[in-house]
Design a protein around this ligand. Structure first.
Ligand SMILES: Cc1cc2nc3c(=O)[nH]c(=O)nc-3n(C[C@H](O)[C@H](O)[C@H](O)COP(=O)(O)OP(=O)(O)OC[C@H]3O[C@@H](n4cnc5c(N)ncnc54)[C@H](O)[C@@H]3O)c2cc1C
Length: 326
């Protein structure tokens, strides 16, 4: 039995901890935020909510399909029967596909709650430094407190935050120096009355906005308001990292007005968030993930690709390696 520190309570951290704990190891999870889910995030107020990170997920690999079936059975995940549109040459066209899209039910991270219930998670605990002491790992948090002494450390934070933690010069760190993740602004807006827009999801490629979805069309979401979530293109976000909420709102309203074809109803609520490390620039990656000599590993979507399924698969890959190595 070994004792592992797992940094990050997104799906990769949760899944790694779940597998290692089930095999009899001790796992402590450190999460800088106040809740589980990471980029699988739902903004929640009394009367409205909006998924402002992951919009939906798909299941392509047999192992992840099996996992999704379990979540469907638990009723923590549900299909979002949506027929997407694309924006091309200043007009909108239907873009139907065979893809089954799933969402957490009723929030994007709901399915992780059944895992987190059984784990030791330190919330609001940002790990800032890892120290190797006598072949064990000591973790230092932002308040100068330390946590002793782990046989292994697994970092599941996005790339830049992972790079900041792996001691310089370790093989895992060296391979990451040329990797990159891009930022995305997310803007959510709730209207007091129906907008009249008869579309639910749009892939947009106008250089400013990349995605628009009627969040309230997802199953289990409150119906008091009509809620839209707009994601800004990664290049646009990179060039406008200091964009004001007003600028985001203006861009979002331009698009929604064009979609509605008439003036929009009153805005009830809005919310914006900049995901500094939203997305890997590669759809596949072949990074090594475990340094046996130093007992340190990495998992997370960006170690395999850029989607939620990649995060889950990366956790499986790492945990299976640890559980089967001689
Ligand atoms: C805007 C947006 C839209 C997306 N849309 C989709 C989509 O439609 N479909 C899809 O499949 N995927 C989508 N994704 C990607 C999906 O969200 C990710 O693939 C998945 O959530 C990654 O999970 P993870 O566990 O690897 O990382 P994360 O969810 O990022 O989890 C990492 C965790 O580590 C924590 N952390 C970081 N640094 C530290 C530290 N120093 N100490 C302690 N904790 C730390 C973070 O707070 C976070 O909770 C989207 C992502 C974004 C941002």
């Amino acid at each position: 039995m070994s004792e592992f520190a797992i940094i990050g309570a997104g799906i990769a951290g949760m899944r790694t901890a779940q597998l290692l704990t089930a095999a009899g190891h001790i796992c402590l999870v450190f999460e800088k935020g106040p809740m589980i889910g990471g980029r699988m995030a739902t903004y929640q107020q009394e009367q409205w909510q909006a998924d402002y990170g992951t919009q939906y997920f798909t299941a392509r690999s047999p192992e992840f399909k099996t996992q999704v079936d379990q979540w469907l059975e638990q009723n923590t995940v549900i299909p979002w029967n949506v027929s997407p549109w694309t924006y091309k040459d200043d007009s909108f066209e239907p873009s139907p596909d065979e893809q089954i899209r799933y969402v957490g039910y009723p929030c994007m991270n709901t399915m992780l709650e059944t895992i987190s219930d059984k784990l030791d998670i330190y919330y609001d605990s940002r790990i800032e430094r890892l120290e190797r002491v006598d072949k064990k790992w000591r973790l230092w948090d932002g308040n100068g407190e330390h946590f002793d002494m782990f046989d292994g450390v697994i970092i599941t934070a996005p790339l830049a935050q992972t790079l900041a933690l792996i001691p310089m010069g370790l093989p895992l760190e060296l391979q990451l120096r040329n990797e990159k993740m891009m930022p995305t602004f997310s803007y959510a807006i709730a209207f007091s009355a129906p907008t009249g827009i008869n579309k639910e999801a749009l892939f947009i490629n106008n250089g400013i906005i990349s995605w628009a979805a009627r969040d309230s069309s997802k199953p289990g979401r409150p119906q008091t308001f009509e809620t839209w979530v707009i994601h800004f293109a990664d290049n646009w976000t990179t060039n406008h990292l200091k964009a004001s909420e007003d600028l985001l709102k203006q861009q979002a309203l331009n698009l929604l007005t064009q979609l509605a074809g008439s003036p929009l109803p009153e805005i009830q609520y809005s919310f914006s968030h900049c995901w500094l490390f939203a997305k890997n620039t590669k759809d596949d990656a072949t990074l090594s993930y475990w340094d046996e000599e130093n007992s340190i590993g990495i998992a997370g979507d960006w170690t395999l690709g850029s989607r939620m399924e990649d995060a889950w698969l990366s956790a499986n890959r790492l945990a299976n390696h640890l559980l089967t190595k001689p």
